[in-house]
Design a protein around this ligand. Structure first.
Ligand SMILES: [Cu+2]
Length: 316
């Protein structure tokens, strides 16, 4: 995914990099300076030149020097860090708003017109304001090339913003260890020229800019499962992951727990729909409640139908 790391990938690159270089410079200066001083002292004050150690009692001048200089240096670091960080906390009023939704183990991005994608698409040169929503546990959204990173905390409203400065594709991933398939939360940002971006955004027929129209309903159903990260918890080959496999479900029966009572249900369209929109209504026996969250408002009715087509095809 990752292609380039230009200096102007976002409006924050210059500030963050400058701070980093200043701190790195100060650190290198002290590493080299202290090492040289140490070696000189070892040679000059070695035992056979100074058999009798001398005890030096305090020096106010030295004390002041080695208090004031480090204080000034950390204030310099603080100043640059503060100046680089403060604008990140002040998003502009106007901009392209998008909601980043993190859940185990997938990012989805929801645009103002309802479009949902699994990579982030943004217009070049326009402020992008991201509302960060964590559905289940702590996640953290990180775009290294843009020098932005922000924790996503369930129940907290947080935002992140930036202005993309150069067309291209960049890495985006979760940097808060969030469980078994944390590494699946790896995605990307695509920066497009404004006209291309708004044309893509207005086109409601394709979620991702790929040609889905030729694919069969079952193939498109599979793409829906990929887009929403269902496959982190469900396999297609009978393997038991966090949730039951797609294989062996459709057309058969399931033992589920409904409100504490066990019962048998037919795995049909209605059951699948309920499993996606209200996963805790029926808990498949042997699996944990609360792992799967509702996808109501994210996965559309048509997409549920496509998923059902895929489940039929898997169990043929
Ligand atoms: Cu995560």
């Amino acid at each position: 995914m990752y292609t380039a790391d230009p200096q102007n990938a976002s409006n924050f690159v210059a500030g963050v990099d400058l701070t980093f270089m200043i701190i790195l410079g100060i650190s290198i200066f002290f590493l080299v300076g202290l090492t040289i001083t140490m070696i000189v002292f070892i040679v000059r004050y070695r035992r056979n030149r100074h058999p009798e150690p001398v005890q030096n009692e305090g020096s106010t001048r030295l004390e002041i020097i080695w208090t004031v200089i480090p204080l000034a240096l950390v204030m310099v670091m603080f100043y640059f860090g503060w100046m680089g960080w403060r604008p990140m906390k002040n998003p502009p009023e106007e901009g392209m708003r998008v909601k980043a939704i993190a859940r185990m183990w997938k990012f989805n991005f929801q645009y103002e017109n309802g479009k949902v994608t699994d990579s982030l698409y943004v217009p070049l040169g326009e402020p992008v304001i991201i509302d960060l929503v964590a559905m289940d546990v702590l996640h953290s959204l990180y775009i290294p090339a843009f020098r932005v990173k922000e924790d996503m905390v369930p129940g907290q409203e947080k935002v992140m913003w930036f202005i993309p400065g150069q067309e291209g594709e960049y890495d985006l991933f979760c940097t808060e260890y969030c469980g078994l398939q944390h590494s699946y939360m790896y995605s990307g940002v695509k920066v497009m020229p404004k006209e291309d971006f708004y044309a893509w955004l207005a086109d409601s027929t394709v979620a991702e800019p790929v040609d889905e129209s030729e694919a069969s309903p079952a193939d498109r159903g599979y793409q829906v499962l990929v887009r929403f990260g269902c496959n982190a918890c469900h396999s297609s080959d009978g393997t038991r992951l966090v949730g039951p496999s797609y294989l062996g479900g459709w057309g058969g029966t399931r033992t589920v727990e409904t409100g504490g009572a066990e019962r048998e249900v037919e795995v049909d369209g209605e059951y699948i729909r309920r499993s996606i929109y209200d996963p805790n209504a029926d808990i498949v026996k042997g699996f944990n409640q609360g792992m799967m969250l509702s996808y109501e408002g994210m996965v559309s009715e048509e997409e549920v139908d496509l998923i059902i087509e895929y489940l039929k095809a898997v169990n043929e």
